[in-house]
Design a protein around this ligand. Structure first.
Ligand SMILES: [Zn+2]
Length: 472
């Protein structure tokens, strides 16, 4: 069974970003004016979801995010008729890409607040009156994420399949749970565990009458500046992301030290280090690294990351060493006005969105800083094909307010990912001792590389969107 004909709203793009797209302040990422073709949702349309009942085990059906990064949605069901959806995101490509249409579900688990996991939740609540289960922090950040997505889609001319009414209803649909606290859906018991990745991100443990399943979500077992790593646990079925299958991260401490050294060099020669960083996770990591290693620096913080940090401050139970976050928050100079922004041009360091230089304050700063060659740009994350940051790395040029502009500043890139690398994934799978391991959320190369580590025990599975996997 395929997902063709079951797409929601806007036609899928053939574009494949092929990497993690957590660039949530993607204000200009949809600017390519490809004529969007609207396909409106109409009641009674069929989805790719099978109509047969399940007789044994657990049936997994990926609406999206099976054989791709992001764009996640997966329906789980067993013989008791208990059915949940895990995540319902969108991929911020041009035009955005959506998972296939969800069948009716009363309950959805939302692992974390990145847009490729929550972007379509308003549609779900608006059409199926679904209850959203997540951590308090995920629920708190969701409003900002949805409003930003709505704003961007309006600006860029790619109408979303959901509207402001759906968004308002979704805000009231949250049922929040603390880590480790059991709750029931139908005949299943469920509880959240820390996933690493970003504060509030959850893995979900599910006990059905037959099996124990662990859904890893986006995860990392390594400790990062703001969140502790995920811990393995025994399960029968493990569903795990494969974003970095086949790729190893550099040593985290060494990479952080390299960043600090580079910042000091730039400041030492009289320059400003412009650090574009993703709003949810990366900005705050960079700031804590700088605060701990070089508190004498004058660091200005601009963009949506500042508002997300305020939510972190209000939900400190999800933060590693929260007093460190508080100190960083007091120390960083928050940009709150146009005059603050002008003042920031005289800083040592500016940390701001968008992380892929696709808009946001980063472009405003770059336009003013680009003439003084003592300044530099330090990229801190994955730069997707077609993004401003990718163009800068490959050709030394990127669009500034619509004009492709040559940038002569030094550009460095640092690997500070909050996804598990190949070794971390492999170790985690072995420690969970599952019978089955499902590798999703990865491109073909990555999924092949990590599944090759497991020949028989556990049995590896590589799901494809729109098809069904029955595990027992
Ligand atoms: Zn994520």
């Amino acid at each position: 069974m395929t997902s063709s004909g079951a797409d929601i709203g806007i036609n899928h793009s053939s574009r494949n970003v092929g990497g993690p797209h957590h660039n949530i302040q993607h204000s200009l990422i949809w600017k390519e004016k490809l004529a969007p073709t609207m396909v409106l949702y109409s009641a009674g349309r069929t989805t790719s979801y099978p109509s047969e009942t399940v007789e044994e085990g657990i049936r997994l059906h990926f609406l999206g995010g099976g054989d791709e990064v992001g764009n996640v949605g997966c329906v789980l069901e067993d013989k008791t008729g208990t059915r949940i959806l895990i995540d319902y995101g969108l991929a911020p490509t041009r035009p955005p890409k959506y998972p296939s249409e969800s069948p009716p579900v009363d309950h959805a688990i939302i692992t974390h607040s990145h847009i490729d996991h929550i972007g379509m939740a308003p549609w779900l609540v608006g059409h199926h009156n679904t209850t959203l289960h997540g951590t308090e922090l995920t629920a708190a950040v969701s409003e900002m994420m949805w409003r930003d997505t709505y704003k961007v889609s309006s600006i860029e001319g790619y109408p979303l399949p959901w509207d402001m009414r759906d968004l308002d209803v979704a805000l009231g649909a949250w049922n929040t749970h603390k880590f480790g606290e059991w709750f029931n859906i139908g005949e299943w018991r469920l509880r959240f565990h820390r996933a690493g990745h970003i504060p509030g991100a959850a893995m979900i443990e599910i006990e059905t009458p037959e099996l124990r399943l662990l859904w890893g979500g986006d995860m990392d077992t390594r400790t990062s500046p703001n969140v502790g790593g995920a811990k393995a646990m025994d399960c029968d079925i493990l569903c795990i992301e494969s974003t970095y299958g086949g790729r190893e991260h550099p040593n985290r401490q060494e990479e952080e030290a390299r960043l600090v050294t580079r910042v000091k060099e730039i400041v030492g020669r009289g320059g400003v280090a412009l650090i574009p960083a993703f709003a949810s996770g990366r900005c705050q990591d960079i700031l804590r690294i700088l605060y701990e290693a070089a508190p004498h620096l004058e660091v200005h913080f601009d963009g949506m990351g500042t508002r997300i940090t305020q939510h972190w401050m209000n939900n400190q139970q999800y933060i590693r060493n929260p007093s460190g976050l508080e100190k960083m928050w007091r120390w960083a100079r928050k940009v709150r006005s146009k005059s603050d922004r002008k003042k920031a041009l005289g800083a040592d360091v500016i940390v701001t969105t968008s992380g892929m230089l696709d808009g946001g304050p980063a472009i405003w700063y770059l336009n003013r800083l680009r003439h003084d060659l003592s300044n530099a740009i330090l990229l801190t994350g994955y730069q997707a094909e077609g993004s401003g940051g990718r163009g800068l790395l490959d050709n030394g040029k990127l669009p500034i307010f619509g004009n492709l502009t040559q940038i002569d500043l030094d550009v460095d890139q640092f690997q500070l990912s909050n996804h598990a690398g190949h070794s971390e994934l492999e170790t985690f799978v072995r420690e969970c001792k599952p019978k089955h391991v499902v590798f999703f959320h990865g491109n073909t190369e990555s999924r092949d590389a990590i599944s090759a580590e497991f020949i028989q025990t556990p049995t590896p599975h590589l799901p494809v969107n729109g098809t069904t996997l029955l595990l027992k």
